[in-house]
Structure formats: structure tokens, C-alpha cells
Write a protein that binds this ligand. Structure first.
Ligand code: SF4
Length: 220
């Protein structure tokens, strides 16, 4: 996972510098999705596919009052749920995913969100990214590093990993980043990718990791 011409110790030193710079810039990095418990965060993350967190928050502000439990998602007719989540896009698929997930939560887990990544990924539509995000942010359980599109892009540019799949990148990052930092690291990278190391035009001139970043197409 080290960069092209970098020794292991050079990589480790650079990684330590990156973590230090990130901690200074994002000491308490958290998600921008609003939630009050693990179930709400699970719903919000499912709704956030192909949608901004801002739009999801607008929808969930009222959604969570009307649907406080997994049981409630199953009671309300699917057409009504579709209407309630429509502004988040792909609402038919999302309504289906939410109901399938709630069905399993009710039938197998007594309506509670399991606090174990191996159990969480058994829920329909829940992959490691969603599971790690929910566990880390709602329960303080560090069992994975959520690798979303921002984490993937920023880590590739920083040459923290050249893995092409989120699964492989997560494994590589978990091997190098202290476990207590897993959730924070993912949250910080998401913020950095969203507002600084953006896909089309990274703001390298105001990036705290710029001196440690080997990305050849920096925008300074
Ligand atoms: S220097 Fe540029 S490419 Fe590297 S992490 Fe910062 S914003 Fe991204």
C-alpha cells in the first residue's frame, strides 16, 4: 500500500504526518447526516445513495417522526413510503430496500439494529460501508472503515492505497490506521473529499496534507 518509490518506513512516516494534519484540521469529524439513534442513521445512509446529505436531512426531519421504528416502515403502504422519500431520488428502489431491511430487523433482531458488522451486512442492501458508518457513528463500535467515493478518491491521490475496490482499500487501511481512529478517519476523509479534495478540481493550495501528497495533478 506504500507509494511507488517509498520504503515502508517512509510510508509510515508520511501516514503519521497525514493523520496528524487531518486531526488538526478535523479534530471531531462527524457525519453531516442527522440522526438520533442507530436505526435512524441506517435509514439515512440508505437514503443517501446518489443524494446529498442536505437533501436527506430535509426528508428525514419529518420522516423520522412519522416512521420511528422498523415496524412502522412495514405498516405504511409502500406507495405512501415512496411518496415520503421521493425527493431523495431512486425512491422506488429505496422504499423497497428500506422495507426489506426493516423486515429482517423485525423478524430476526427484535426491531433492533445489531451492533456487529458481520450481522449488519446480512441485512438486505447493507454493505460494509454502511455497516461501518452506522456502527462507528451511532454506537462507537470500530469494526471497519467506511470507504465511500470520497475516501476512495482522496486515499488514492495520497497513495495511501492503490486498491481499486472499496473492500480491498478498507482492508489495507485497517491494517495501517490505529483502530480507535477508524470512524474518525473515514469521517474526516469524507469531509475533505467533499469540500477540498473534490473530484474535478481539488483545492490543493489550501489542503493541509499538500506537502505529503504525491498526486501528480495537483491544482495549486
Ligand atoms: S494535495 Fe490536492 S490531491 Fe492531495 S489530498 Fe490535498 S487536495 Fe487532494
Amino acid at each position: 500500500m506504500k507509494g511507488k518509490d517509498e520504503s515502508v518506513s517512509e510510508f509510515e512516516e508520511r501516514l503519521a504526518g497525514i493523520i496528524q494534519a487531518l486531526k488538526k484540521k478535523y479534530p471531531d469529524a462527524s457525519l453531516e447526516l442527522r440522526f438520533q439513534n442507530g436505526f435512524q442513521l441506517l435509514v439515512a445512509v440508505i437514503l443517501s445513495a446518489q443524494c446529498t446529505d442536505e437533501r436527506v436531512n430535509q426528508v428525514t426531519d419529518t420522516l423520522f417522526r412519522k416512521y420511528p421504528t422498523p415496524e412502522r416502515f412495514l405498516e405504511v403502504p409502500v406507495e405512501e413510503l415512496e411518496k415520503d422519500i421521493r425527493p431523495t431520488g431512486f425512491y422506488r428502489n429505496k422504499a423497497k430496500a428500506l422495507r426489506s431491511c426493516c423486515r429482517v430487523l423485525v423478524d430476526r433482531y427484535g426491531g433492533e439494529v445489531p451492533r456487529d458488522i458481520e450481522e449488519l451486512v446480512k441485512l438486505p442492501g447493507v454493505g460494509r460501508k454502511t455497516a461501518a458508518m452506522v456502527l462507528g457513528n451511532a454506537f462507537g463500535v470500530q469494526q471497519g472503515i467506511a470507504v465511500d467515493t470520497h475516501v476512495k478518491r482522496v486515499c488514492q491521490r495520497l497513495e495511501l492505497s492503490r486498491a481499486q475496490t472499496p473492500e480491498k482499500m478498507e482492508r489495507e487501511l485497517m491494517a495501517k490506521i490505529p483502530r480507535d481512529d477508524w470512524t474518525w478517519f473515514s469521517n474526516a476523509m469524507i469531509l475533505h473529499g467533499r469540500y477540498t479534495c473534490t473530484a474535478r478540481k481539488p483545492q490543493c493550495g489550501r489542503c493541509v496534507m499538500e506537502p505529503l501528497c504525491p498526486f501528480p495533478e495537483k491544482n495549486i
